[in-house]
Design a protein around this ligand. Structure first.
Ligand code: MN
Length: 201
């Protein structure tokens, strides 16, 4: 079966991410990854597989399919990692943030610093493994989907995520997303589930 684009739960994320950026990033970039993956799996053993199984099967053996499958997963997770609503971490997540980072403010500062310092294209994640939270980075189209980490939130740091709104100023994008748009309710759901989010199909 073919995979579909996830509907965005918002029209824009101003001032962090404009509707124009979303029209390209969601409507063109994400759609293209999905279209290429669907074309690659059509008529193959992967045609009816879950996205996460395709990521596992393609990793290290079919880089083209891996890139498109992993990017499909990462972007779906990224759209849900952000919101215009005021959200707060659950008591469980708040306790783990304090344990790992000392405070929410310190976690936010570290997310911004890791995002700004990430060389070239990639993804910055808040993740959980063995009960501990950490910030992880994946390069280019790589993903935590099959890593053993439970991803809680992700931020896209490819230029296409911020160039229209912030030009080359990745830190300005990170400030706006991290301070104003992260979906702590979604992160709390992911932590409570205890296993990695799966792409809806
Ligand atoms: Mn992207």
């Amino acid at each position: 079966m073919a995979f579909n684009l996830i509907d965005l739960p918002y029209a824009d994320l101003d001032p962090a991410i404009s509707a124009k950026t979303l029209s390209f990033h969601h409507g063109k970039h994400h759609q293209t990854y999905i279209d290429k993956m669907n074309a690659a799996i059509d008529g193959t053993d992967h045609a009816d597989a879950a996205l996460e199984a395709i990521v596992v099967a393609a990793r290290g053996s079919n880089q083209g399919l891996f890139n498109n499958a992993a990017q499909t997963y990462n972007h779906g997770f990224y759209w849900l990692s952000m919101t215009n609503e005021e959200t707060a971490p659950s008591a469980e997540l708040a306790a783990k943030i304090e344990e790992a980072f000392g405070s929410m403010d310190e976690l936010k500062e570290q997310l911004k610093a890791r995002g700004a310092g990430h060389f070239a294209s990639g993804w910055v994640w808040l993740a959980e493994k063995d009960g501990k939270l950490s910030i992880e980075e994946t390069h280019d189209g790589d993903t935590l989907a099959d890593s053993g980490f439970n991803p809680l939130l992700v931020i896209d740091v490819w230029e296409h995520a911020y160039y229209i709104d912030h030009q080359n100023k990745r830190p300005a994008y990170l400030d706006a997303v991290v301070d104003g748009k992260l979906n702590w309710a979604f992160a709390s759901e992911n932590l409570a589930r205890g296993t990695a989010w799966t792409y809806p199909n």
